[in-house]
Design a binder for this molecule. Structure first.
Ligand code: FAD
Length: 372
């Protein structure tokens, strides 16, 4: 049996971000990860540079413009003030693993799935296949079966285009003309590689095979010939509802499991960073506000609920709304809104500039029936 102050379950983005903030403190931490150290799922986390986090040195890409395209009409989002940045999760893992290896207060165990959590008098007992851990508090990022009304389903290719990426237009959303709410996402990187993704916001989960043909032909049409570096397929639950607190006292959900994903966009990385800062302070006995529970966060979740309803029921109108948001708002307002850090004035501006009838129609529907 091993004893620690704190256990972090899952060495993914949220588990490692929290661990990083507890490095070299007087808190003894164990991280239990079900997977192994070598075969990690590699992702690229992108976000606007609008919130200070400890991983700025890992940012491998920085864009000062990104476009939203509907019916071949591109609208530029000026990101001069808050660049659109990316971090490769492989670099993130390497950076944090090295710090944990050198630390005196954090142990990381791979191939150590947390199977069972049991409440005890003075804390929690965690049963893993090869050990038992006794801790005071648990921070749990194991994926939950979140029952979501919509999912963000995407297939992305990291490619090396044969011609230079200099002329490739970065695209946040290049809308397709499909019935559903679907779009392409294109991020050219400095090393002349490029990420091209085909994304659906959908109540039904599409397999990667279903997305492949359309993605292949989009790349052929817009970029031409390329060498495939690797592909990624993801399904992110999108729900404006916060998951219930864990039934065990002293067990805190973190990451996607805790509702850190922005329901209407899928962006999660910055919320995970805000959440890690909050929990690291709490663990050290410093008072601060849980970023997922502020009044602003609640208002945004309500708005996301309305937007998800529109996306689900009237996808064409939803595209129009997104496009209108890009054309009628100040770029800083849009960036703060999409990054989950809007001011009250930003929220008001976004609402005022929405197409009124459809927004009010679905706002009323969400008051009458909470289920999307
Ligand atoms: C392909 C992809 C691209 C994304 N891109 C972006 C982006 O550009 N911007 C953005 O903001 N967000 C993005 N996201 C969303 C989000 O930021 C990431 O999914 C992020 O990795 C979520 O972190 P997490 O800690 O909640 O979950 P994870 O990173 O999945 O971590 C959970 C960990 O728990 C481990 N685990 C599972 N079960 C157990 C168990 N029983 N015991 C112990 N360990 C266990 C898993 O092996 C995993 O390591 C993306 C998601 C995906 C899938």
């Amino acid at each position: 049996m091993k004893k620690y102050d704190i256990a972090i379950i899952g060495a993914g983005c949220s588990g490692l971000s929290l661990a990083h903030r507890l490095l070299n403190s007087n808190i003894n931490v164990c991280i239990l990860e079900s997977g192994n150290r070598e075969n990690r799922i590699r992702k690229t986390w992108s976000y606007w540079d609008i919130y200070q986090h400890p991983f700025a040195s890992l940012e491998s890409n920085s864009l000062n413009n990104i476009y939203c395209i509907n019916n071949s009409l591109p609208i530029k989002l000026n990101c001069d003030k808050h660049n659109y940045k990316s971090i490769d999760s492989q670099q993130f893992d390497k950076y944090i693993f090295e710090k944990i290896d050198a630390s005196e207060n954090i142990d990381i165990f791979f191939n150590a799935p947390a199977d069972d959590l049991i409440a005890e008098d003075k804390g929690i007992q965690i049963k893993s296949s090869n050990n038992i851990y006794r801790v005071k508090e648990v921070y749990d990022s194991r994926p939950d079966n979140i029952d979501a009304p919509m999912y963000q389903v995407f297939l992305g290719y990291y490619i090396n285009p044969i011609s230079s990426t200099d002329k490739i237009m970065p695209r946040l959303m290049d809308f397709t003309q499909d019935k559903e709410f679907s779009f392409y996402y294109v991020i050219p990187f400095k090393d002349n590689s490029c990420l091209v993704e085909y994304t659906f916001f959908t109540p039904t989960i599409h397999t990667s095979d279903e997305l492949k043909k359309t993605l292949d032909s989009y790349i052929e049409d817009t970029i031409g010939q390329y060498n495939l570096i690797r592909s990624e397929y993801g399904v992110i639950p999108m729900t404006p509802k916060l998951p219930a607190l864990d039934s065990l006292k002293n067990v805190h959900k973190i990451g996607i499991r805790s509702g850190a994903t922005r329901a209407s966009t899928g962006y999660t990385f910055l919320n995970i960073q805000k959440q890690s800062e909050f929990f690291a302070k709490k663990i050290r006995g410093i008072n601060s506000k849980n970023p997922l529970l502020t009044i602003k966060a609640k208002v945004l979740r309500k708005m996301d609920g309305i937007l998800l309803r529109i996306i689900k029921n009237e996808p064409k109108q939803a595209k129009h709304i997104i496009f209108k948001m890009f054309t009628s708002n100040n770029h800083q307002t849009i960036i703060r809104f999409l990054s989950d850090i809007p001011s009250i004035f930003d929220i008001l501006r976004i609402i005022i500039n929405m197409p009124k009838i459809i927004f009010i129609k679905y706002a009323i529907k969400s008051l009458i029936n909470r289920k999307i």
